[in-house]
Design a protein around this ligand. Structure first.
Ligand code: CDP
Ligand code: CDP
Length: 224
């Protein structure tokens, strides 16, 4: 078992992974690692370098020149790419609709997985993504597979976007989420799947507080 406690949270887009992971990390004094933000930052790096998202060789060559840092912030962690803040840009529609392609490249996955494992060496962590329980932290003490119906996930993202002043209609959002889930589940390298030993938590119709409480209980059961 890992020296420092590890919680892996995986699941499809907009299931509530980052919201729940962030609250749990604060409660338990664990480090929170948002791996989706890292793949999003690589996608923004490609754009800033003037590369096409299809240019696997170009993006591979760019990787050694990329640094990604997290800094505390509310309501979301702040993300820095090569020292420049990209907290908002990584959530743009363009980034969201191209991140699944960029994150399917072998070199990108290898580099991000190495970076993610380094972050577990000195602190207990709660890490959310798609391949955490299956690939990044196969020995994690707790693995959660967070799901919710696609209608509810689209509705949640719609409300969130509306608050931010981003106007995308519900039907389009649902289609975008389904397309991304399909790509993430069908790529060759470490696709989104439930680890055999992951606990499924269905959050359809369940509020944030209740989901947090449920997973906190699961973690506490594994800590003793
Ligand atoms: O928050 P949301 O569910 O929209 O996505 P995210 O967690 O920010 O992840 C964005 C994208 O990064 C996913 O759709 C995947 O294509 C990719 N990703 C991945 O491949 N592996 C991970 N461990 C995390 C994210
Ligand atoms: O990280 P992931 O894409 O899985 O989802 P998220 O960004 O944490 O959550 C998407 C949206 O759903 C956020 O606006 C959350 O506040 C909301 N949410 C919710 O309404 N009920 C839950 N049980 C979990 C999340």
């Amino acid at each position: 078992k890992p020296a420092f406690f590890q919680v892996a949270i995986d699941g499809p887009a907009s299931a509530g992974k980052s919201t729940i992971a962030k609250i749990l990390a604060q409660n338990l004094h664990f480090v929170y690692v948002d791996t989706g933000a890292m793949y999003r930052a690589v996608t923004v790096a490609a754009k800033k370098a003037g590369l096409s998202y299809e240019d696997e060789a170009g993006i591979t060559a760019l990787l050694p020149k990329i640094t990604i840092e997290f800094k505390p912030g509310t309501p979301v962690q702040r993300v820095f790419l090569n020292g420049q803040e990209v907290t908002d840009e990584i959530r743009s529609t363009e980034t969201t609709n191209n991140v699944s392609l960029v994150s399917s490249y072998a070199a990108v996955r290898k580099d991000m997985v190495n970076k993610q494992r380094e972050m577990t060496e000195k602190n207990p962590v709660i890490m959310d993504g798609r391949d955490i329980g299956t690939t990044v932290l196969p020995n994690a003490q707790v693995k959660i597979f967070l799901v919710a119906s696609v209608d509810e996930r689209a509705e949640r993202r719609y409300k969130e976007n509306k608050q931010k002043g981003m106007a995308v209609d519900l039907k389009t959002l649902k289609e975008e989420i389904e397309a991304r889930d399909y790509k993430d589940s069908h790529r060759a390298i470490s696709p989104l799947t439930k680890a055999d030993d992951a606990i499924v938590v269905d959050t359809t119709g369940i509020g944030i507080d209740q989901v947090v409480a449920k997973i906190k209980t699961i973690i506490e059961e594994h800590q003793s």
